[in-house]
Structure formats: C-alpha cells, structure tokens
Design a protein around this ligand. Structure first.
Ligand code: SF4
Ligand code: SF4
Length: 360
C-alpha cells in the first residue's frame, strides 16, 4: 500500500465529526482511538510516514466494527472496512496484538470445539436431498450456549416446513477477518458456500454470521444462493405457534449492531417480541440507528477485554440501575454475553430463549 484510500483521506482531514459516537473513544477517553485517530494512524502507515510496529498496530484493533460512526458521517465512510486493511498488514508483519494472532492461529481448533460442543444435537439433522431449511448456529452459540442451539432447533421444528438440518461444522470466519486474516476469511467463505449449496432457506440467528454471509462474503465475490434469514425474520410469519409470555415487566430491546445498523433489521425482532411478551417492549434512549454497541464486536473482547466490558457497562448506564421488574432482551448471543457479564443486576435474555419458552 502507498496511496491512501478516499476513506482514509476523508477521515484524516475531518474535524472528528463522529467522535462522540464511538464507544471505544468514549470509554478510553483517548484521541488515538477515535475514528479520526485510528484512520489517521492508518493514513500515515500507508504513506509510510509512520513505522508499522506493535504500538502503531494496536489502535487498528481498537474498533468494535459497530458502525456507529457511519450513522453520523456525511460521507458514509466505512471505518471498520479501512481498519481491516490495516489489521491485515499488521498480521502479515507479525505486529498484531497477541490475542489477534492467537485468534487466527486457533481458528481450526475453534471449529473443532464448536462441532464437539453440539455433537449431541446433530443426530438426524444432516443436510439431505429433502432438506429445505437449515440452521447455521454460529460458533458463539455452539461454544457458549448449546442449550440455545437446541431451543432454536425446537423453534424451527415448530415453525418450519419439515425438520431443519443443523450445519454446525462451520464458523462463518468472522474471527479470522477481525484478526486480519483476509485470505483465511475468503477461504472459509468459499467452504461455507459449498456446504450450503442447494439449500432453500438458512436460518442464521447470530447477527455477526448473518452480516458476514449477506454482506462481507458478497463484497469478496462469494454469494450464497439460499435465502439467509435471521431467526426473527423466519418466525415472523409463524407467530401463531407461540403463547403469550410474561417476563414480569417490560423488556428493553437492545439492537445488535450487525443486525440493526449493518443489515437494517430493526422491526422483525421488535414485532416478534411485541407479539409474544405480555408486558410489552420498551426502548433504550439510544436505539435503532443510534443504538450503542454492547462491546462485543471487532474481536475486542479478545484483544482488549477491559474496553469491551467498559462499553457494555456504558450501554447499560443508559438505563440506570435495574428496577426489578424490567429486563433486557437482545437477538444476538454475543450481545447477551457482554450485557449479562457486566454484573449490573439487569436480567438479559436472548430472543431464542424467549421463543423456546413461549412455544405452544
Ligand atoms: S467516519 Fe466520517 S465523520 Fe467520522 S472521522 Fe471519518 S470522515 Fe469524519
Ligand atoms: S465502527 Fe464503532 S468502534 Fe469502530 S470507529 Fe466506528 S464507532 Fe468506533
């Protein structure tokens, strides 16, 4: 690289118009990790006026890939897309943060662990000639919430057209991309496309996987032919299969960044929850396009866990202390983990837990 891209030039000469929106710069209170700061460092690296070493590389990983900055950018600059180029450079030159390099190096093992974690659910769920619907659960749910994968299968059994297959042999590859391994991500995207060929509908409850498959694969020339639906989109026409459920009070809906800002899926989870929950839905002060990130994106929970936790606490500070009756519902296993892990006392649930409980 030697000529800075338009995105890098725009940001480097911008009066930091989106600075206030970036959760990383808000929790770290450092100019270096504002969108302007990170893009300026990459701008100088590309111009070769700054040496690429570990300290220059670290800010390139201080991004949650939440796209909050783009909401406020008149030019629609995609900061995470720029920073990924810098991460690829850092990984190639062996100056990436140790945790990012470990993410890339440990990817095959992560896939093996993922398969092992849900091995008990795969019996009779292989893709066959009659398969119409398949569940692509994603590695986060398999590794951390196998019970949610089982609940998702029950929901699909009840709502779908024939028993769903379970495709739990593959991670979508997003951890590789977040680490800076572009070639590994592309190879994974191609493998996933082969594994999913011939299917009509694939339900992808993890917004990170869904964004990867609907957008990031396509940007790299890998198109999956099947309909790719979030769980909320899949169950929306089948809400008659669920009873009304009380959580003891209203539920605040947290928009996952990859589902909301990245894919524009704001209404489907709200429509499903509004129909199922007796006590109704409530909104965070910052919601939909302006929702703050839970801290779970961009590989930050691995490369800088304290920043990830601080971003999660910041998100919950919008609501203040838990009031006892109200709870939080999201539609992403990573958001659930980050928000539930703050120790704030708020009850945090994933959409699939609600749907599993509400099945008739
Ligand atoms: S993303 Fe847009 S608003 Fe933010 S620093 Fe870059 S050019 Fe400025
Ligand atoms: S994508 Fe999110 S974390 Fe990254 S620079 Fe933009 S606002 Fe900050």
């Amino acid at each position: 690289m030697s000529t800075p891209s338009k995105a890098l030039r725009y940001c480097a000469f911008c009066p930091k118009l989106c600075r206030f929106a970036c959760p990383v710069s808000a929790v770290q209170a450092r100019e270096t990790v504002t969108p302007w700061g990170k893009q300026t460092i990459l701008h100088e690296l590309v111009r070769q006026t700054l040496a690429l070493d570990e300290s220059a590389a670290r800010p390139l990983y201080a991004c949650l890939e939440c796209h909050a900055c783009r909401t406020y950018c008149d030019h629609g600059i995609d900061v995470p897309a720029s920073l990924r180029q810098g991460r690829a450079l850092a990984l190639r030159h062996q100056v990436a943060p140790r945790a990012a390099a470990a993410l890339a190096a440990g990817f095959a093992d992560r896939q093996r662990r993922m398969q092992g974690a849900v091995a008990g659910l795969t019996s009779g769920r292989a893709v066959g000639p009659e398969t119409k619907v398949a569940l692509f659960p994603g590695c986060a749910a398999c590794l951390e919430r196998p019970a949610d994968v089982a609940a998702t299968l029950r929901v699909l059994d009840a709502c779908g057209d024939g028993p769903p297959a379970l495709v739990a042999d593959y991670c979508c590859g997003l951890p590789l991309l977040q680490a800076g391994d572009e070639a590994g991500f592309l190879a994974t995207a191609r493998r996933v496309r082969r594994a999913l060929s011939g299917l009509e509908t694939i339900v992808v409850p993890d917004p990170g996987c869904l964004h990867a498959m609907r957008v990031l694969y396509v940007e790299r020339g890998v198109k999956i032919e099947a309909r790719l639906l979030h769980l909320s989109e899949f169950v929306l026409p089948a809400l008659g299969r669920f009873r009304r459920l009380s959580l003891g009070g209203p539920a605040f809906y947290h928009d996952p960044c990859h589902l909301g800002r990245d894919l524009g899926v704001y209404d489907a989870p709200r429509d499903v929850l509004a129909r199922v929950l007796v006590d109704g839905l409530a909104e965070f002060p910052r919601h939909r396009e302006r929702a703050d990130c839970c801290g779970g994106g961009g590989g930050v929970p691995d490369t800088d866990p304290e920043t990830a936790r601080a971003a999660a606490r910041r998100r919950l500070e919008e609501l203040g202390p838990p009031d006892g009756a109200a709870s939080i519902v999201t539609a992403c296993p990573t958001c659930r983990r980050l928000l539930a892990g703050t120790g704030s006392g708020w009850q945090v649930r994933d959409l699939v837990e609600i749907l599993g409980e509400a099945l008739l």
